[in-house]
Write a new protein. Sequence first.
Lengths: 400, 177
Amino acid sequence: MPGVRRSTTTRRLLWVAATWVLVVVGLRVVVVLAEDCGDADPDAVAAAHEHGLDWVTRNQLDDGTFLYRYDRSTGTDLGGYNVVRHAGTTMALYQSADPALRAAADRGAVWLLDQLSPAGGGLVVGEEDVVSVGTTALLTAGLILRRDATGSTEYDETLDAFGRFMEATIAPSGAVLARWDRRADAPVPGSVSPFFTGEVMWALSLLGRSIDPAYSDAAGDILAYIADDRDEVEGYWPPMSDHWAAYAMAELAAQGEVLTDSEIAYARRQAQTFGMEFRWDSQRTDTTWNWLIRGPRTSGASLGTLGEGITNLWILSGLDDRLVDIREPLAERGRCLAGQLAARQVDDTNPDDRARGAWFFDDVTQVDDQQHAASALLLSIPMFDLTIDITDLDTEAESP
Amino acid sequence: MTVLLACFVVVAVLNPPRRVCEIDPRPDVQVAAAGAAIAAGAYLLVAAVSGPVLGALDISDANIRIAAGLVVAIRALVDVVLPPKPEPPGLRVGSGALAPLAFPILVRPEMAVLMLSVGHDIGVWRAGLVALTGVALAAGAMVVWSSDRSARLTGIAVSCVAVVAAVQVTLDGVLDV
Protein backbone atom coordinates (compact mmCIF):
# COMPACT_ATOMS: atom_id res chain seq x y z
CA MET A 1 0.00 0.00 0.00
CA PRO A 2 1.54 3.35 -0.99
CA GLY A 3 0.86 5.06 2.36
CA VAL A 4 2.51 2.28 4.32
CA ARG A 5 5.43 2.22 1.90
CA ARG A 6 5.97 5.98 2.26
CA SER A 7 5.78 5.71 6.01
CA THR A 8 8.35 2.89 6.07
CA THR A 9 10.63 4.82 3.75
CA THR A 10 10.34 7.97 5.84
CA ARG A 11 11.09 6.09 9.02
CA ARG A 12 14.09 4.46 7.41
CA LEU A 13 15.38 7.79 6.12
CA LEU A 14 14.95 9.37 9.52
CA TRP A 15 16.75 6.45 11.13
CA VAL A 16 19.66 6.69 8.68
CA ALA A 17 19.94 10.44 9.26
CA ALA A 18 19.70 9.98 13.01
CA THR A 19 22.45 7.35 12.93
CA TRP A 20 24.80 9.69 11.08
CA VAL A 21 24.08 12.55 13.47
CA LEU A 22 24.40 10.30 16.51
CA VAL A 23 27.75 8.93 15.36
CA VAL A 24 29.24 12.29 14.43
CA VAL A 25 27.92 14.28 17.37
CA GLY A 26 28.34 11.46 19.85
CA LEU A 27 31.96 10.93 18.89
CA ARG A 28 32.71 14.64 19.06
CA VAL A 29 31.03 15.15 22.41
CA VAL A 30 32.33 12.02 24.15
CA VAL A 31 35.30 10.48 22.37
CA VAL A 32 37.22 12.85 20.11
CA LEU A 33 37.07 16.13 21.94
CA ALA A 34 39.32 18.91 20.75
CA GLU A 35 42.89 18.51 21.92
CA ASP A 36 43.87 21.93 23.15
CA CYS A 37 47.37 23.09 22.29
CA GLY A 38 47.03 26.52 23.86
CA ASP A 39 49.76 28.92 22.86
CA ALA A 40 51.99 26.60 20.84
CA ASP A 41 54.42 29.29 19.78
CA PRO A 42 58.16 29.23 20.62
CA ASP A 43 58.20 32.84 21.84
CA ALA A 44 55.22 32.27 24.13
CA VAL A 45 56.80 29.09 25.40
CA ALA A 46 60.13 30.76 26.13
CA ALA A 47 58.36 33.62 27.88
CA ALA A 48 56.32 31.19 29.97
CA HIS A 49 59.50 29.42 31.04
CA GLU A 50 61.03 32.70 32.12
CA HIS A 51 57.92 33.87 33.98
CA GLY A 52 57.60 30.56 35.79
CA LEU A 53 61.12 30.78 37.17
CA ASP A 54 60.57 34.47 37.95
CA TRP A 55 57.81 33.29 40.31
CA VAL A 56 60.30 31.00 42.02
CA THR A 57 62.97 33.64 42.54
CA ARG A 58 60.53 36.41 43.39
CA ASN A 59 59.08 34.26 46.16
CA GLN A 60 62.36 32.90 47.53
CA LEU A 61 63.04 33.66 51.16
CA ASP A 62 66.33 35.04 52.46
CA ASP A 63 67.39 31.65 53.82
CA GLY A 64 67.18 30.14 50.36
CA THR A 65 63.89 28.30 50.78
CA PHE A 66 60.99 28.92 48.43
CA LEU A 67 57.36 29.84 48.89
CA TYR A 68 56.00 26.29 48.97
CA ARG A 69 52.23 26.45 48.63
CA TYR A 70 49.96 29.42 48.04
CA ASP A 71 46.18 29.83 47.85
CA ARG A 72 45.25 32.74 45.61
CA SER A 73 41.59 32.71 46.57
CA THR A 74 42.45 33.64 50.14
CA GLY A 75 45.87 35.19 49.56
CA THR A 76 47.31 32.71 52.03
CA ASP A 77 50.72 31.10 52.29
CA LEU A 78 49.64 27.54 53.15
CA GLY A 79 53.00 26.62 54.63
CA GLY A 80 54.49 23.15 54.66
CA TYR A 81 57.70 22.16 52.96
CA ASN A 82 59.23 19.30 51.04
CA VAL A 83 62.99 19.14 50.83
CA VAL A 84 63.02 16.95 47.73
CA ARG A 85 60.92 19.52 45.89
CA HIS A 86 63.26 22.24 47.13
CA ALA A 87 66.13 20.35 45.51
CA GLY A 88 64.11 19.88 42.33
CA THR A 89 63.29 23.55 42.13
CA THR A 90 66.94 24.46 42.68
CA MET A 91 67.78 22.09 39.83
CA ALA A 92 65.25 23.81 37.56
CA LEU A 93 66.89 27.16 38.24
CA TYR A 94 70.30 25.77 37.28
CA GLN A 95 68.78 24.00 34.29
CA SER A 96 67.78 27.32 32.75
CA ALA A 97 71.50 28.30 32.67
CA ASP A 98 70.36 31.91 33.00
CA PRO A 99 73.05 33.86 34.84
CA ALA A 100 70.35 36.12 36.28
CA LEU A 101 68.91 33.14 38.14
CA ARG A 102 72.18 31.75 39.42
CA ALA A 103 72.23 33.70 42.66
CA ALA A 104 68.80 32.36 43.58
CA ALA A 105 69.83 28.87 42.56
CA ASP A 106 72.97 29.12 44.65
CA ARG A 107 70.97 30.25 47.69
CA GLY A 108 68.73 27.23 47.22
CA ALA A 109 71.73 24.95 46.89
CA VAL A 110 73.54 26.39 49.90
CA TRP A 111 70.46 25.77 52.07
CA LEU A 112 70.80 22.08 51.17
CA LEU A 113 74.59 21.99 51.36
CA ASP A 114 74.36 23.27 54.94
CA GLN A 115 72.60 20.00 55.83
CA LEU A 116 75.14 17.44 54.67
CA SER A 117 76.02 14.42 56.73
CA PRO A 118 78.21 11.37 56.11
CA ALA A 119 76.43 8.32 54.75
CA GLY A 120 77.28 5.21 52.77
CA GLY A 121 80.91 6.17 52.34
CA GLY A 122 79.95 9.54 50.94
CA LEU A 123 77.63 12.42 51.77
CA VAL A 124 73.87 12.76 51.93
CA VAL A 125 71.66 15.82 52.19
CA GLY A 126 69.79 15.68 55.47
CA GLU A 127 70.48 15.47 59.18
CA GLU A 128 67.43 13.53 60.31
CA ASP A 129 67.70 9.92 61.38
CA VAL A 130 66.11 8.77 58.15
CA VAL A 131 66.65 10.80 55.02
CA SER A 132 65.18 10.68 51.53
CA VAL A 133 67.56 9.75 48.78
CA GLY A 134 65.85 11.92 46.19
CA THR A 135 67.06 15.18 47.70
CA THR A 136 70.69 14.25 47.19
CA ALA A 137 69.97 13.08 43.66
CA LEU A 138 68.27 16.29 42.58
CA LEU A 139 70.88 18.49 44.24
CA THR A 140 73.51 16.48 42.38
CA ALA A 141 71.73 17.11 39.10
CA GLY A 142 71.45 20.81 39.85
CA LEU A 143 75.13 21.16 40.73
CA ILE A 144 76.20 19.30 37.59
CA LEU A 145 74.04 21.65 35.51
CA ARG A 146 75.67 24.54 37.38
CA ARG A 147 79.07 23.07 36.51
CA ASP A 148 78.02 22.82 32.86
CA ALA A 149 76.94 26.45 32.74
CA THR A 150 79.80 28.00 34.72
CA GLY A 151 82.70 25.61 34.17
CA SER A 152 83.32 25.78 37.91
CA THR A 153 84.58 22.60 39.57
CA GLU A 154 84.21 23.92 43.13
CA TYR A 155 81.68 21.24 44.08
CA ASP A 156 83.40 18.29 42.38
CA GLU A 157 84.51 16.68 45.63
CA THR A 158 81.05 17.04 47.10
CA LEU A 159 79.52 15.64 43.93
CA ASP A 160 81.81 12.64 44.06
CA ALA A 161 80.76 12.09 47.67
CA PHE A 162 77.12 12.26 46.60
CA GLY A 163 77.88 9.69 43.94
CA ARG A 164 79.43 7.29 46.44
CA PHE A 165 76.38 7.63 48.66
CA MET A 166 73.94 7.06 45.81
CA GLU A 167 75.84 3.96 44.70
CA ALA A 168 75.38 2.64 48.24
CA THR A 169 71.60 2.88 47.81
CA ILE A 170 71.58 0.52 44.83
CA ALA A 171 70.57 -3.06 45.60
CA PRO A 172 72.13 -5.96 43.66
CA SER A 173 68.96 -6.10 41.54
CA GLY A 174 69.49 -2.50 40.42
CA ALA A 175 66.66 -1.19 42.57
CA VAL A 176 67.27 2.04 44.45
CA LEU A 177 66.29 2.06 48.09
CA ALA A 178 64.50 5.30 48.79
CA ARG A 179 65.34 5.99 52.42
CA TRP A 180 68.64 5.95 54.26
CA ASP A 181 68.93 5.20 57.97
CA ARG A 182 71.78 7.37 59.18
CA ARG A 183 71.95 5.57 62.55
CA ALA A 184 72.55 2.22 60.90
CA ASP A 185 74.40 3.86 57.99
CA ALA A 186 72.38 1.64 55.69
CA PRO A 187 69.39 1.91 53.38
CA VAL A 188 66.00 1.21 54.89
CA PRO A 189 65.16 -2.27 53.60
CA GLY A 190 62.26 -2.44 51.21
CA SER A 191 61.87 1.33 50.97
CA VAL A 192 60.86 2.31 47.45
CA SER A 193 59.77 5.49 45.79
CA PRO A 194 58.17 5.93 42.37
CA PHE A 195 60.45 8.89 41.69
CA PHE A 196 63.73 8.50 43.59
CA THR A 197 64.89 5.59 41.44
CA GLY A 198 64.77 7.67 38.29
CA GLU A 199 66.23 10.68 40.06
CA VAL A 200 69.22 8.68 41.31
CA MET A 201 69.68 7.16 37.87
CA TRP A 202 69.71 10.58 36.25
CA ALA A 203 72.06 12.02 38.86
CA LEU A 204 74.48 9.12 38.42
CA SER A 205 74.38 9.47 34.64
CA LEU A 206 75.25 13.16 34.98
CA LEU A 207 78.07 12.32 37.39
CA GLY A 208 79.28 9.78 34.85
CA ARG A 209 79.59 12.51 32.26
CA SER A 210 81.33 15.04 34.47
CA ILE A 211 83.02 13.35 37.43
CA ASP A 212 83.69 9.65 36.85
CA PRO A 213 82.48 7.44 33.99
CA ALA A 214 81.94 4.59 36.45
CA TYR A 215 78.85 6.38 37.71
CA SER A 216 77.23 5.92 34.31
CA ASP A 217 77.74 2.17 34.69
CA ALA A 218 75.80 2.34 37.95
CA ALA A 219 73.10 4.31 36.16
CA GLY A 220 73.02 1.58 33.54
CA ASP A 221 72.44 -1.07 36.20
CA ILE A 222 69.43 0.88 37.46
CA LEU A 223 68.10 1.31 33.94
CA ALA A 224 68.21 -2.44 33.34
CA TYR A 225 66.16 -2.94 36.50
CA ILE A 226 63.69 -0.21 35.57
CA ALA A 227 63.22 -1.51 32.05
CA ASP A 228 62.66 -5.16 32.95
CA ASP A 229 61.60 -5.52 36.55
CA ARG A 230 60.63 -2.39 38.43
CA ASP A 231 56.93 -2.21 37.70
CA GLU A 232 56.34 -5.82 38.64
CA VAL A 233 58.66 -5.89 41.65
CA GLU A 234 57.48 -2.61 43.14
CA GLY A 235 53.82 -3.18 42.27
CA TYR A 236 53.06 -0.39 39.83
CA TRP A 237 49.92 -1.04 37.82
CA PRO A 238 49.31 0.41 35.44
CA PRO A 239 53.02 0.83 34.71
CA MET A 240 54.16 4.22 35.89
CA SER A 241 55.41 6.99 33.68
CA ASP A 242 58.84 8.10 34.87
CA HIS A 243 60.13 11.39 33.54
CA TRP A 244 63.33 11.10 35.57
CA ALA A 245 64.09 7.83 33.82
CA ALA A 246 63.57 9.65 30.54
CA TYR A 247 66.11 12.28 31.60
CA ALA A 248 68.58 9.52 32.42
CA MET A 249 68.07 7.60 29.19
CA ALA A 250 68.60 10.75 27.13
CA GLU A 251 71.73 11.56 29.11
CA LEU A 252 73.18 8.06 28.78
CA ALA A 253 72.49 8.01 25.04
CA ALA A 254 74.09 11.43 24.66
CA GLN A 255 77.21 9.98 26.28
CA GLY A 256 77.32 7.34 23.60
CA GLU A 257 75.82 4.52 25.65
CA VAL A 258 73.88 2.09 23.49
CA LEU A 259 70.69 1.11 25.25
CA THR A 260 69.70 -2.54 25.07
CA ASP A 261 66.68 -3.62 23.03
CA SER A 262 64.80 -4.13 26.27
CA GLU A 263 65.59 -0.59 27.39
CA ILE A 264 64.55 0.82 24.02
CA ALA A 265 61.30 -1.14 24.32
CA TYR A 266 60.84 0.41 27.76
CA ALA A 267 61.49 3.86 26.30
CA ARG A 268 58.87 3.19 23.63
CA ARG A 269 56.32 2.08 26.24
CA GLN A 270 57.08 5.20 28.24
CA ALA A 271 56.49 7.34 25.14
CA GLN A 272 53.14 5.63 24.65
CA THR A 273 52.20 6.22 28.27
CA PHE A 274 53.23 9.88 28.24
CA GLY A 275 51.47 10.42 24.92
CA MET A 276 48.29 8.75 26.08
CA GLU A 277 48.25 10.66 29.37
CA PHE A 278 48.77 13.98 27.64
CA ARG A 279 46.23 13.35 24.88
CA TRP A 280 43.66 12.63 27.57
CA ASP A 281 44.54 15.73 29.55
CA SER A 282 44.63 17.95 26.49
CA GLN A 283 40.92 17.27 26.04
CA ARG A 284 40.05 18.60 29.48
CA THR A 285 38.47 22.04 29.76
CA ASP A 286 37.03 22.07 33.30
CA THR A 287 33.51 22.81 32.01
CA THR A 288 30.78 20.79 33.69
CA TRP A 289 30.13 18.26 30.93
CA ASN A 290 33.80 17.93 30.15
CA TRP A 291 34.58 17.44 33.84
CA LEU A 292 32.08 14.58 33.91
CA ILE A 293 33.63 12.70 31.01
CA ARG A 294 37.29 13.69 31.34
CA GLY A 295 37.78 14.71 34.95
CA PRO A 296 39.52 17.83 36.23
CA ARG A 297 42.50 19.37 34.53
CA THR A 298 45.76 18.24 35.99
CA SER A 299 48.20 20.42 37.89
CA GLY A 300 51.13 22.31 36.45
CA ALA A 301 53.46 19.82 38.09
CA SER A 302 51.74 16.78 36.56
CA LEU A 303 51.55 18.37 33.13
CA GLY A 304 55.13 19.47 33.46
CA THR A 305 56.35 15.97 34.27
CA LEU A 306 54.58 14.67 31.16
CA GLY A 307 56.42 17.35 29.22
CA GLU A 308 59.76 16.44 30.75
CA GLY A 309 59.18 12.83 29.84
CA ILE A 310 58.09 13.58 26.28
CA THR A 311 60.92 16.02 25.60
CA ASN A 312 63.63 13.75 26.95
CA LEU A 313 62.31 10.80 24.99
CA TRP A 314 62.32 13.08 21.93
CA ILE A 315 65.98 13.80 22.61
CA LEU A 316 66.59 10.05 22.95
CA SER A 317 64.77 9.39 19.67
CA GLY A 318 67.24 11.70 17.93
CA LEU A 319 70.14 9.72 19.33
CA ASP A 320 68.90 6.19 18.67
CA ASP A 321 67.53 5.12 15.30
CA ARG A 322 65.38 2.46 16.89
CA LEU A 323 63.05 5.22 18.08
CA VAL A 324 63.10 7.40 14.98
CA ASP A 325 59.52 6.45 14.09
CA ILE A 326 58.17 8.12 17.23
CA ARG A 327 60.29 11.25 16.96
CA GLU A 328 57.73 13.35 15.09
CA PRO A 329 54.75 12.20 17.18
CA LEU A 330 56.76 13.06 20.31
CA ALA A 331 57.54 16.49 18.89
CA GLU A 332 53.86 17.04 18.10
CA ARG A 333 52.84 16.12 21.64
CA GLY A 334 55.67 18.18 23.13
CA ARG A 335 54.79 21.32 21.20
CA CYS A 336 51.13 20.92 22.08
CA LEU A 337 51.92 20.36 25.75
CA ALA A 338 54.20 23.38 25.87
CA GLY A 339 51.50 25.48 24.28
CA GLN A 340 49.03 24.30 26.86
CA LEU A 341 51.40 25.08 29.71
CA ALA A 342 51.92 28.56 28.32
CA ALA A 343 48.17 29.12 28.03
CA ARG A 344 47.39 27.88 31.55
CA GLN A 345 49.99 30.04 33.27
CA VAL A 346 48.80 33.05 35.25
CA ASP A 347 49.36 36.11 33.13
CA ASP A 348 52.52 38.12 33.56
CA THR A 349 50.48 41.27 34.23
CA ASN A 350 48.67 39.82 37.23
CA PRO A 351 49.25 42.18 40.22
CA ASP A 352 49.54 39.35 42.76
CA ASP A 353 53.26 38.60 43.18
CA ARG A 354 52.48 35.12 44.44
CA ALA A 355 50.18 34.31 41.54
CA ARG A 356 51.87 35.94 38.58
CA GLY A 357 53.67 33.38 36.43
CA ALA A 358 52.39 30.36 38.35
CA TRP A 359 50.22 27.38 37.55
CA PHE A 360 47.25 26.75 39.79
CA PHE A 361 45.06 23.76 40.57
CA ASP A 362 41.94 24.53 42.55
CA ASP A 363 43.36 28.00 43.27
CA VAL A 364 46.47 26.51 44.89
CA THR A 365 49.98 26.53 43.50
CA GLN A 366 52.91 24.55 44.81
CA VAL A 367 56.53 25.31 44.04
CA ASP A 368 56.99 22.14 41.98
CA ASP A 369 54.21 23.29 39.65
CA GLN A 370 56.63 25.97 38.54
CA GLN A 371 59.63 23.60 38.68
CA HIS A 372 58.24 20.93 36.38
CA ALA A 373 56.39 23.31 34.08
CA ALA A 374 59.49 25.46 33.59
CA SER A 375 61.65 22.43 32.86
CA ALA A 376 59.16 21.09 30.33
CA LEU A 377 58.88 24.46 28.63
CA LEU A 378 62.64 24.85 28.40
CA LEU A 379 63.17 21.39 26.97
CA SER A 380 60.35 21.79 24.44
CA ILE A 381 61.82 24.84 22.74
CA PRO A 382 64.04 22.89 20.32
CA MET A 383 60.97 20.99 19.18
CA PHE A 384 59.71 24.15 17.55
CA ASP A 385 62.82 24.47 15.44
CA LEU A 386 63.68 21.18 13.85
CA THR A 387 66.75 22.76 12.28
CA ILE A 388 68.44 22.65 15.68
CA ASP A 389 71.01 19.85 15.68
CA ILE A 390 70.29 17.51 18.57
CA THR A 391 74.00 17.12 19.21
CA ASP A 392 74.07 20.79 20.21
CA LEU A 393 71.88 19.87 23.16
CA ASP A 394 74.46 17.84 25.07
CA THR A 395 73.22 19.21 28.39
CA GLU A 396 69.86 20.29 29.70
CA ALA A 397 71.58 23.54 30.61
CA GLU A 398 71.40 24.85 27.06
CA SER A 399 69.84 28.30 27.13
CA PRO A 400 66.79 28.78 24.98
CA MET B 1 47.58 1.71 11.10
CA THR B 2 49.22 -0.39 8.39
CA VAL B 3 47.75 -0.82 4.89
CA LEU B 4 47.10 -4.48 5.61
CA LEU B 5 45.21 -3.78 8.82
CA ALA B 6 43.28 -1.00 7.11
CA CYS B 7 42.26 -3.34 4.29
CA PHE B 8 41.28 -6.02 6.72
CA VAL B 9 39.19 -3.70 8.87
CA VAL B 10 37.49 -2.00 5.91
CA VAL B 11 36.41 -5.28 4.37
CA ALA B 12 35.24 -6.57 7.75
CA VAL B 13 33.27 -3.38 8.39
CA LEU B 14 31.68 -3.35 4.95
CA ASN B 15 30.85 -7.01 5.58
CA PRO B 16 29.93 -8.11 2.04
CA PRO B 17 27.74 -11.06 3.04
CA ARG B 18 25.61 -8.93 5.37
CA ARG B 19 25.09 -6.32 2.66
CA VAL B 20 23.71 -9.06 0.43
CA CYS B 21 20.78 -9.33 2.83
CA GLU B 22 20.14 -5.58 2.82
CA ILE B 23 19.15 -5.19 -0.81
CA ASP B 24 16.17 -6.70 -2.52
CA PRO B 25 15.97 -7.31 -5.42
CA ARG B 26 19.65 -8.00 -6.02
CA PRO B 27 21.29 -5.53 -8.38
CA ASP B 28 22.71 -6.46 -11.72
CA VAL B 29 26.39 -6.01 -12.49
CA GLN B 30 26.06 -2.50 -13.91
CA VAL B 31 24.06 -1.17 -10.99
CA ALA B 32 26.39 -2.83 -8.50
CA ALA B 33 29.43 -1.37 -10.24
CA ALA B 34 27.88 2.08 -10.35
CA GLY B 35 26.93 1.90 -6.69
CA ALA B 36 30.40 0.74 -5.75
CA ALA B 37 31.95 3.57 -7.74
CA ILE B 38 29.78 6.16 -6.02
CA ALA B 39 30.61 4.75 -2.60
CA ALA B 40 34.31 4.56 -3.39
CA GLY B 41 34.22 8.16 -4.56
CA ALA B 42 32.54 9.25 -1.36
CA TYR B 43 35.15 7.47 0.77
CA LEU B 44 37.99 8.87 -1.33
CA LEU B 45 36.59 12.32 -0.63
CA VAL B 46 36.48 11.61 3.10
CA ALA B 47 40.07 10.37 3.02
CA ALA B 48 41.10 13.44 1.04
CA VAL B 49 39.67 15.86 3.59
CA SER B 50 40.81 13.84 6.60
CA GLY B 51 43.88 16.00 7.21
CA PRO B 52 42.16 19.39 7.07
CA VAL B 53 39.10 18.14 8.95
CA LEU B 54 41.09 16.58 11.78
CA GLY B 55 43.30 19.66 11.95
CA ALA B 56 40.33 22.00 12.11
CA LEU B 57 38.74 19.92 14.85
CA ASP B 58 42.03 19.55 16.81
CA ILE B 59 41.93 15.76 16.70
CA SER B 60 45.18 13.80 16.65
CA ASP B 61 45.65 10.75 14.46
CA ALA B 62 45.81 8.57 17.57
CA ASN B 63 42.47 9.79 18.88
CA ILE B 64 40.59 9.47 15.58
CA ARG B 65 41.91 5.92 15.44
CA ILE B 66 40.39 5.27 18.87
CA ALA B 67 37.12 6.78 17.69
CA ALA B 68 37.09 4.67 14.54
CA GLY B 69 37.79 1.52 16.49
CA LEU B 70 35.06 2.24 19.01
CA VAL B 71 32.35 3.08 16.51
CA VAL B 72 33.23 0.10 14.31
CA ALA B 73 33.19 -2.20 17.32
CA ILE B 74 29.78 -0.97 18.41
CA ARG B 75 28.33 -1.29 14.92
CA ALA B 76 29.80 -4.75 14.46
CA LEU B 77 28.37 -5.90 17.82
CA VAL B 78 24.95 -4.59 16.76
CA ASP B 79 25.28 -6.52 13.50
CA VAL B 80 26.11 -9.71 15.39
CA VAL B 81 22.93 -9.38 17.39
CA LEU B 82 20.41 -7.87 14.97
CA PRO B 83 19.44 -9.65 11.76
CA PRO B 84 19.86 -7.70 8.51
CA LYS B 85 16.79 -6.28 6.81
CA PRO B 86 16.38 -5.26 3.18
CA GLU B 87 16.11 -1.55 2.60
CA PRO B 88 12.53 -0.46 1.90
CA PRO B 89 11.65 -0.20 -1.81
CA GLY B 90 10.71 3.46 -1.36
CA LEU B 91 14.38 4.36 -0.92
CA ARG B 92 15.21 3.38 -4.45
CA VAL B 93 16.32 6.22 -6.73
CA GLY B 94 16.53 5.46 -10.40
CA SER B 95 18.40 2.22 -10.98
CA GLY B 96 19.14 1.89 -7.30
CA ALA B 97 22.87 2.54 -7.65
CA LEU B 98 22.75 5.82 -5.73
CA ALA B 99 20.06 4.75 -3.32
CA PRO B 100 19.79 2.38 -1.64
CA LEU B 101 23.00 0.72 -2.84
CA ALA B 102 25.50 3.54 -2.32
CA PHE B 103 23.43 5.35 0.32
CA PRO B 104 22.76 3.99 2.90
CA ILE B 105 24.04 0.45 2.30
CA LEU B 106 27.65 1.02 1.27
CA VAL B 107 28.25 4.55 2.58
CA ARG B 108 27.91 4.17 6.32
CA PRO B 109 28.84 6.46 9.24
CA GLU B 110 31.19 3.97 10.86
CA MET B 111 33.03 3.62 7.55
CA ALA B 112 33.25 7.38 7.18
CA VAL B 113 34.91 7.71 10.59
CA LEU B 114 37.20 4.80 9.74
CA MET B 115 38.17 6.46 6.47
CA LEU B 116 39.09 9.67 8.31
CA SER B 117 41.56 7.62 10.29
CA VAL B 118 42.74 5.45 7.40
CA GLY B 119 43.16 8.45 5.10
CA HIS B 120 45.31 10.19 7.68
CA ASP B 121 47.34 7.08 8.52
CA ILE B 122 48.14 5.56 5.13
CA GLY B 123 47.56 8.41 2.69
CA VAL B 124 44.65 9.42 0.50
CA TRP B 125 45.25 7.25 -2.54
CA ARG B 126 46.05 4.10 -0.58
CA ALA B 127 42.96 4.74 1.50
CA GLY B 128 40.93 5.18 -1.67
CA LEU B 129 42.22 1.90 -2.99
CA VAL B 130 41.40 0.13 0.25
CA ALA B 131 37.89 1.59 0.19
CA LEU B 132 37.43 0.60 -3.44
CA THR B 133 38.45 -2.95 -2.58
CA GLY B 134 35.92 -3.08 0.22
CA VAL B 135 32.98 -1.65 -1.69
CA ALA B 136 33.79 -3.72 -4.76
CA LEU B 137 33.71 -6.88 -2.69
CA ALA B 138 30.45 -5.84 -1.08
CA ALA B 139 28.82 -4.87 -4.36
CA GLY B 140 30.14 -7.98 -6.03
CA ALA B 141 28.72 -10.14 -3.26
CA MET B 142 25.32 -8.60 -3.87
CA VAL B 143 25.48 -9.76 -7.47
CA VAL B 144 26.83 -13.28 -7.06
CA TRP B 145 25.83 -14.50 -3.63
CA SER B 146 22.84 -16.74 -4.08
CA SER B 147 21.79 -17.97 -0.64
CA ASP B 148 20.29 -15.54 1.86
CA ARG B 149 20.80 -17.96 4.72
CA SER B 150 24.48 -18.51 4.07
CA ALA B 151 24.93 -14.74 3.60
CA ARG B 152 23.30 -14.09 6.95
CA LEU B 153 25.42 -16.65 8.80
CA THR B 154 28.63 -15.58 7.09
CA GLY B 155 27.75 -11.98 7.85
CA ILE B 156 27.56 -12.79 11.55
CA ALA B 157 30.99 -14.41 11.39
CA VAL B 158 32.42 -11.39 9.57
CA SER B 159 30.88 -9.08 12.16
CA CYS B 160 32.69 -11.02 14.88
CA VAL B 161 35.92 -10.57 12.96
CA ALA B 162 35.13 -6.87 12.64
CA VAL B 163 34.81 -6.60 16.43
CA VAL B 164 38.27 -8.12 16.87
CA ALA B 165 39.73 -5.87 14.18
CA ALA B 166 38.09 -2.84 15.76
CA VAL B 167 39.60 -3.67 19.13
CA GLN B 168 43.02 -3.79 17.47
CA VAL B 169 42.45 -0.42 15.86
CA THR B 170 41.35 1.05 19.19
CA LEU B 171 44.38 -0.35 20.96
CA ASP B 172 46.61 1.03 18.24
CA GLY B 173 45.17 4.44 18.97
CA VAL B 174 45.37 4.16 22.74
CA LEU B 175 48.97 2.97 22.64
CA ASP B 176 50.07 5.52 20.09
CA VAL B 177 52.35 8.32 21.19
